[in-house]
Design a protein around this ligand. Structure first.
Ligand code: ADP
Ligand code: MG
Length: 336
């Protein structure tokens, strides 16, 4: 009886000590070294990669990304834009491009080009829905119907698609590639962070506190990723009346109420500018809230292109984008 109990307990004990059947010698077993995360690398043939980011959607990130990229491209700098917003690709609309990209001899996607800017987007790769399934727009029967196909992918699919967009596009030599990021800090951002060496990030915020809070979170993300934050852009900073040119700050700029009642202009506020100062981030400039910025974007001729030409010197909208672009160029060492 006693032997049996002892045996039993020995057995139990052994089971516990050696649950994985490892050798019981004094030296610990050696494990084959697991490969860690994929190493960060540069995108082939691309000198500088700049991410345009915001933590919120709808603050004008794609509008700013495409206008910045076009500012570079129109100055003869070899530029591309990669739309990494897999669930809401906007670059095809903004550049008035569609159709399936061709593959080169290495099975890499060939970017689509408009206005001298190369582009790649998930929007080009998704199958177009048959016309019978799409909902025509009754007010604009001539316009291409909007796509009703939902894109609902799990993390793994997102990562796979991102992988292809990051590594299998034949950009040809580029001086700079802009990444239009989706909002937030999700799978796409993580994949980019793990796989790509970014030269800098531009953070877009609107003046309101609620957007700014998220922008600050986005700043934290890049800081943790060791990506230099080039600065913050304040979009929809003010509304310039097309009739009289008067500037109205539609969104709260974080000004104290009594400052308003004293009629102070309030050039300085504790919103975006103060936050930039607190974080040690450069303020790159204001983009006005202007119906033409939106109209031009919708019709696929972004401001920087739409207002190019004879009177471009008078276009405050175009100048706003170009000024930000110039600052960004200088910060990453691109000759302007
Ligand atoms: N400065 C601006 N003035 C007027 N409309 C703007 C401005 N910036 C963006 N928009 C409009 O706001 C909407 C959202 O912009 P978008 O660039 O798609 O945002 P995000 O990429 O951050 O989701 C679009 O209709 C765009 O045309
Ligand atoms: Mg967007």
């Amino acid at each position: 009886m006693a032997t049996k109990r002892r045996l039993f307990s020995t057995f139990r004990c052994l089971q516990h000590e050696n649950p994985l059947g490892l050798p019981r010698s004094g030296t610990p077993p050696s494990f084959p070294r697991r490969r860690g995360l994929p190493e960060k690398r540069k995108i082939r043939d691309v000198k500088k990669v700049i991410a345009v980011s915001s933590a919120k959607g709808g603050v004008g990130k794609s509008t700013i990304a495409v206008n910045l990229a076009l500012s570079f491209a129109r100055r003869g700098i070899r530029t591309g834009i990669l739309d990494t917003d897999i669930f809401g690709p906007s670059i095809p609309t903004l550049l008035n491009l569609s159709g399936e990209p061709r593959l080169d001899e290495n099975n890499c996607l060939i970017p689509l080009t408009n206005y001298g800017l190369k582009s790649m987007s998930m929007g080009y790769l998704l199958p177009q829905p048959p016309l019978s399934e799409s909902i025509p727009d009754p007010t604009h029967p001539d316009r291409q119907p909007m796509d009703t196909t939902p894109i609902s992918w799990r993390g793994l699919m997102v990562t796979k698609a991102m992988h292809q967009l990051l590594h299998s596009v034949s950009w040809g030599p580029l001086d700079v590639l802009f990444l239009d990021l989706p909002p937030g800090t999700g799978d796409v951002q993580l994949t980019i962070n793990q796989e790509i060496l970014l030269d800098g990030a531009v953070i877009v915020s609107t003046p309101q506190d609620i957007a700014l809070r998220d922008a600050v979170r986005g700043f934290g993300m890049f800081q943790r990723m060791d990506v230099p934050v080039l600065g913050m852009v304040r979009n929809m900073a003010f509304f310039a009346c097309p009739e009289c040119g008067h500037q109205t700050k539609i969104f709260s700029h974080g000004l104290h109420k009594h400052e308003h009642s004293h009629g102070q202009k309030g050039e300085e506020d504790w919103g975006v500018l103060a936050e930039c100062q607190r974080l040690g981030v450069d303020f790159l400039g204001d983009i006005p809230l202007d119906a033409r910025v939106c109209e031009d974007a919708d019709r696929g001729v972004p401001t920087v292109v739409a207002e190019e030409g004879e009177n471009e010197g008078q276009s405050v909208r175009r100048k706003a984008f170009m000024d930000v672009a110039e600052k960004v160029a200088k910060k990453v060492g691109i000759e302007w």
